[in-house]
Design a protein around this ligand. Structure first.
Ligand code: PLP
Length: 372
């Protein structure tokens, strides 16, 4: 684009840089001539989707020429039952990122601000800045009162100003893997003014085993300004189909649905999500593979004497103790794709997604070789 057209964009957009995704396997293989690369860069489910999802997808072809159910009737009914909320409180998104963007479009403007933590998920600043709204970024924990790099709820509360309309919280957060306890998070939600929407992003909910970790979807009845987001991209293994959702009281969902694109969730995604919800065995397998893989990776990192941030998700951020960009590049040459997180203000860290046993092994061996 010419410079003059960029100048025509709204100021927030001029300052944006496109989201940098994990490097696709096909790209690495094309560029480096490697054929057996492993990708541990986007927190995807290494098992893939369940068999029943693949079967359910077959049923989508007959309706390919039709628009999908723009209201997602059956999927919303299933999700409402699962969460014990009314179907009118479910907002379907093209990925949960779509729901995050709906929040920004519905509640933010150049005259208002959103609050989130340093090192929080990259989509919060993107959707905020794209609207031209101001980001109020709270300093993260330094390790003295909470986990290093974790959300500091006191600092976040301190950032809430008269112009604040949205607070974004990732629990657990990506890329840090840090999580907030039920007590702390509940006290925070209670302390937020009622005209500020609190978004609790639970993209990794299914993986979390920590006893003090809350299921905040159970708080919906009490807080009209609470929106909880979930996704099928991670533990359910449907990242490619793009489907996630919000859970809230119907009045908040009504606002979000006013800015939702018609037919934002395609019919394959709706079919797959319904089947995935019903396959509890596959979900349990995914959680177990993650638990074992996390133990394997942390044991290997301990052996390499590499510090990492304890993570409740399906990924772990590792302090490689030197220029992480160079380590990332060297790992690519070994056919291992991980994720540099310098764009998150963590230049010494690499984020590694938990993979299958042989993938984790490959990653650990490559790390050992590259750092030797
Ligand atoms: C991966 C991720 C999401 C999920 O995005 P989708 O659009 O649902 O694929 C949301 N929030 C966080 C913190 C994530 O890491």
């Amino acid at each position: 684009m010419t410079a003059s057209l960029l100048e025509s964009a709204i100021p927030g957009v001029q300052g944006l840089r496109p989201y940098a995704p994990g490097k696709p396997l096909s790209e690495l293989e094309r560029e480096y001539g490697i054929t057996d690369a492993v990708k541990l860069a986007s927190n995807e489910n290494p098992l893939g989707p369940s068999e029943s999802v693949l079967e359910a997808l077959q049923g989508g072809f007959d309706e390919l020429a039709r628009y999908p159910d723009g209201n997602g009737f059956e999927l919303k009914a299933a999700l409402a039952e699962r969460h014990g909320v009314s179907p009118e409180g479910i907002t379907l998104g093209n990925g949960s990122n779509d729901v995050l963007e709906m929040v920004a479009r519905a509640f933010l403007s150049p005259q208002s601000s959103a609050v989130f933590s340093a090192h929080a998920f990259a989509v919060y600043p993107i959707v905020t800045q794209a609207i031209g709204a101001r980001s109020r970024v709270a300093t993260a924990h330094n390790g003295s009162r909470g986990p290093m790099y974790g959300h500091d709820l006191d600092a976040m509360h301190g950032q809430i100003a008269d112009d604040t309309r949205v607070v974004f919280i990732a629990n657990p957060n990506n890329p840090t893997g840090t999580w907030l306890s039920a007590d702390a998070l509940r006290a925070f939600v209670e302390s937020v003014p009622g005209d500020v929407v609190v978004v609790i992003d639970e993209a990794y909910f299914e993986y979390v085993a920590e006893a003090d970790y809350p299921d905040t979807s159970r708080w919906i009845d009490e807080f009209p300004n609470l929106l909880v987001t979930r996704t099928f991209s991670k533990a359910y293994g449907l990242a490619s189909l793009r489907i996630g959702y919000g859970i809230s009281q119907p009045a908040l969902a009504d606002v979000l649905n006013r800015v939702r694109q018609p037919f934002n969730v395609n019919s394959f995604a709706q079919l797959a999500a319904r089947a995935a919800l019903d396959d509890r065995q596959h979900l349990a397998r995914a959680i177990e593979v993650n638990r074992k893989g996390m133990a394997q990776l942390t044991a290997g990192l301990d052996e390499l004497t590499l510090p990492y941030i304890p993570s409740a998700g399906n990924f772990i951020s590792v302090d490689v103790g030197r220029d992480a960009g160079a380590v990332y590049e060297a790992l690519l040459h070994e056919g291992v794709i991980v994720r540099p997180v310098d764009n998150y203000g963590m230049p010494g860290y690499l984020r590694i997604s938990i993979g299958l046993e042989h993938e984790n092994q490959r990653c650990l061996e490559a790390l050992g070789k590259v750092l030797a």
